[in-house]
Design a protein around this ligand. Structure first.
Ligand SMILES: NC(=O)c1ccc[n+]([C@@H]2O[C@H](COP(=O)([O-])OP(=O)(O)OC[C@H]3O[C@@H](n4cnc5c(N)ncnc54)[C@H](OP(=O)(O)O)[C@@H]3O)[C@@H](O)[C@H]2O)c1
Length: 407
């Protein structure tokens, strides 16, 4: 074993990088007790400061906290090819170029660790890689974006979408440009990474279907309450029809679901398997110091031999059309026969209704239904037919409902 300090090259000195640079010396003596070597920063790179070749040369491990694809991808690849372990929090990079990077790590016998890239501080990567390595996982549901969970929590308390978003920005939970969060793209990148871990099959961001929360209305949340449901932005990766479905969309949850009570900027991931029933992990979804502590944990793992090479991949087909329960929201003319006409069309497409709330609003009425599980394409056909009725006053809205409760 080498002696002397374990030198760490830090790329990026923003929110997470500067917290890491502060945490490392605070925890260095403790880490020396665990690993036999005391870690120390060997160099720092920002746009203004440092030279990557010099930092690489002098470091045993590289921490990438720049974010984005370029130049993070080249730096990470170069470091792996030079035989350095790499720790990253970069979900975008892993969800777009993961295979290339994991292959480089395998070829050069080094570790590429990324606990902080998914679900913030919640140690879901390690649990999937190690504790559940022998488990046949059926499904993962996650609230993996704290910004949107904060906004939905505030909307459930009565705020409008715009009020909740600006509150999130004021409190530092949302960026000035929140589009990656509210569109579901950030959550989709994290679900691609989780799907790869849970099912051993490569999934890229562009293969994940995602919808965000921008089009949700306050009254969706209000009606959900009346129906005993909560509304969350849910990422799902699950085995379906011999293949795999990976997606992100708003979904209603019954109160008994472990994710239903996850509020504010928190993240949580539920792993389901026949052998374990269900395990839910939750914790802070972001934050400089919190994320840096997950990076530090990865660093300690990389310092401890033996290094486990990333597992080889197998391929599963991605499935798009499958059964789910749905919430349907319709604004209709308040006249006799409307409910009968809607339910007849739904019935003809095999959509059966579990519950209905109807409310008169002068000349209009709101009709809110929850269906039993139905194949999505049948539901979409039925909704397209319903949308053509002359009594419809606005386009019908649909949101999936997750029915499992684990009570
Ligand atoms: N913030 C969080 O709570 C959080 C949580 C989980 C994961 N993450 C992930 O952690 C990573 C870092 O996030 P962050 O919030 O710390 O980002 P950030 O505050 O924007 O910091 C980025 C850092 O990278 C540097 N940088 C940018 N372009 C560079 C270039 N071309 N060459 C060298 N350095 C460059 C910046 O330097 P300058 O100062 O010179 O511009 C800055 O120091 C991202 O992948 C993010 O997704 C963040």
């Amino acid at each position: 074993m080498r002696s002397g300090p374990f030198t760490v090259g830090l790329l990026g000195m923003g929110t997470v990088g500067s917290a890491f640079a502060q945490l490392l010396p605070e925890r260095a003596a403790h880490i020396a007790g665990l690993t036999g070597r005391e870690p120390a920063l060997g160099g720092i790179l920002t746009r203004e400061r440092g030279s990557f070749p010099e930092i690489l040369e002098s470091s045993e491990l590289i921490v990438e906290l720049i974010g984005g694809i370029d130049p993070a991808r080249e730096y990470v690849l170069e470091a792996l090819r030079a035989g350095r372990h790499v720790i990253t929090a970069n979900k975008l990079l892993l969800s777009e170029h993961g295979e290339e990077l994991f292959q480089a790590a395998r070829e050069h016998g080094v570790q590429l660790r990324f606990e902080a890239a998914v679900a913030g501080v919640v140690p879901v990567v390690r649990v999937l890689e190690e504790s559940l390595a022998g488990t046949h996982i059926e499904r993962i549901h996650g609230i993996v974006n704290g910004t949107t969970n904060f906004i939905l929590t505030e909307m459930a308390r009565g705020s409008s979408y715009a009020e909740a978003l600006s509150d999130a920005q004021r409190k530092g939970f949302a960026e000035a440009d929140p589009s990656d969060d509210v569109s579901g793209r950030d959550a989709a990148a994290k679900m691609a990474i989780l799907a790869r871990l849970a099912f051993g099959t490569p999934v890229r961001l562009d293969q994940v279907r995602y919808e965000g929360i921008e089009h949700l209305h306050g009254d969706d949340l209000q009606y959900a309450r009346e129906l005993g449901l909560g509304l969350k932005l849910i990422g799902t990766a699950e085995r379906r029809d011999g293949g795999l479905s990976v997606r992100v969309h708003p979904a209603f949850l019954y109160a008994g679901h472990p994710l239903a009570s996850v509020a504010g900027p928190f993240n949580a991931v539920t792993v389901e398997s026949e052998a374990i029933t269900e395990i839910t992990m939750s914790g802070p979804g972001a934050g400089g110091r919190q994320t840096a502590s997950a990076v530090l944990g990865d660093m300690v793992s990389a310092m401890l031999p033996p290094a486990t090479p990333p597992a080889p991949v197998k391929r599963l087909e991605l499935v798009e059309d499958f059964e789910s329960a749905f919430y349907l929201h319709m604004e209709v003319a308040d006249r006799p026969g409307v409910l009968a006409a809607v339910t007849q069309v739904l019935g003809e497409q095999g959509v059966s209704i579990k519950s209905v709330v109807q409310r008169g609003m002068g000349e209009h009425a709101r009709l809110v239904m929850v269906t039993h599980a139905v194949v999505e394409s049948s539901l979409r056909t039925a909704v397209a037919r319903v949308a053509r009725f002359d009594f419809m006053r606005s386009a019908p809205r649909t949101i999936r409902v997750i029915e499992e409760e684990f009570l």
